[in-house]
Design a protein around this ligand. Structure first.
Ligand SMILES: Nc1ncnc2c1ncn2[C@@H]1O[C@H](COP(=O)(O)OP(=O)(O)O)[C@@H](O)[C@H]1O
Ligand SMILES: [Mg+2]
Length: 356
């Protein structure tokens, strides 16, 4: 077991800083998800841990070892690639046993360990097949088996579920989580899927343009996003962000005026400024016209999802989504009114940084 530590790690490709002075400490046995949009530097971060890329600057440690210049074979990590990267001309047995082979294990030991892992992952009956002769879900398990076979100190996953269909993805998600818990291995897991990150992670590190913009337990990041970027990236649908101006302690725009929440200590500094009001769809509630502190808008669309309905409103040109928990979708047409729970209201300054 081992922790993984980045100290001001940078990776440049020409002019692009794919990873830009990142500090990160993944604790022993912890499951950290790197979450962010395509191109933000997730895969590069993972490849830096694996030793498949060499850092341009900074220090990478695994356990108490400085591995910044250590080759992949000697880093004791297991990686599951997005496209699984199985060797097409080798049987599953040979694929899974490969990390043992390159580390010099004897044939008998290789075979025994490979069968043990394959049995745990329920692919033992497929060991003589070639990767082209098994399903996507089985390829994914084979790839996981290859990553764990040499008992690495660190697991690395690069969007391992993105090639599976929705149902299989949920199953595989639960399975990976359980596997990591059972083995107690430190894991770094890359995904652009916020639900996956919420479900799996002990801590989520949200990345944007090569930097970690926020790291914390999933619910903490969800409830207190540090920036509008994080607020917008976590949650489906994401947090509503409505432009407002703070004037005399009131948040105004063309469609409404709300008293600014009192729990924000630093608000005084932002008097007269344009801000973003953030509120999650589940913290808005349909109400009667004329209710105190109501926001009014025009009904734009209804999406009944079963246990809940997503109601979209046009509020002075901004789309605002309300999550209504009810078996029956609300009957709505024309004007609609919603109440904001002041306690769950967030404000962000002109740079998109949260005001506390
Ligand atoms: N081998 C490479 N050569 C040049 N640019 C690269 C290379 N790998 C990644 N990049 C660039 O680095 C940035 C981050 O890429 P990547 O880590 O793959 O992002 P993500 O996995 O979050 O989609 C992107 O701008 C990408 O184009
Ligand atoms: Mg990637």
């Amino acid at each position: 077991m081992a922790n993984v530590r980045f100290e001001s790690v940078t990776k440049r490709f020409g002019d692009v800083a794919a990873v830009d002075a990142v500090d990160l400490d993944v604790h022993d046995g912890e499951f950290v998800c790197l979450l962010g949009p395509s191109g933000c530097g997730k895969t590069t971060t993972l490849r830096l841990i694996a030793g498949l890329e060499t850092a341009t600057g900074g220090t990478i440690r695994i356990g108490d070892q400085d591995v910044t210049r250590v080759g992949p074979k000697d880093r004791d990590v297991g990686m599951v690639f997005q496209d699984y990267a199985l060797y097409p001309h080798m049987t599953l047995l040979e694929n899974i046993a490969y990390p043992l082979k390159v580390r010099g294990a004897k044939l008998a030991a290789r075979s025994e360990r490979t069968r043990e892992v394959a049995r745990n992952l329920q692919i033992e009956h497929l060991l003589d097949r070639m990767p082209g002769q098994i399903s996507g879900g089985q390829q994914q398990r084979t790839s996981v088996a290859r990553a764990v076979v040499h008992k690495p100190r660190v697991f690395l996953f690069d969007e391992p579920l993105s090639n599976l269909d929705a149902k299989l993805r949920l199953e595989a998600r639960a399975f990976l989580k359980r596997l990591q818990r059972e083995l107690g291995v430190t894991a770094v897991y890359v995904t652009h899927d916020q639900a996956e990150a919420m479900a799996l992670a002990d801590r989520i590190a949200v990345m944007d343009q090569g930097a970690i913009v926020q790291i914390g337990p999933p619910l903490e990041v969800y409830r207190a996003p540090r920036t509008t970027f994080v607020a917008d990236f976590l949650g489906s649908p994401p947090m509503n962000l409505i432009p407002v101006r703070l004037q005399d302690g009131v948040l105004r725009n063309d469609a409404f005026a709300l008293p600014a929440p009192r729990h924000l200590r630093d608000l005084g500094r932002h008097e007269g400024q344009d801000l973003s009001l953030g509120v999650r769809p589940e913290h808005l509630e349909l109400c009667d016209p004329g209710a105190e502190h109501a926001i009014s808008g025009e009904t734009f669309g209804l999406e009944p999802l079963g246990p809940e309905t997503l109601v979209s409103l046009d509020v002075g040109g901004t789309l605002v989504v309300v999550r209504v928990f009810a078996d029956e979708p609300p009957r709505l047409e024309g004007d609609a009114h919603v109440r904001v729970d002041a306690e769950h209201l967030h404000l962000f300054d002109g740079d998109g940084v949260r005001i506390d």
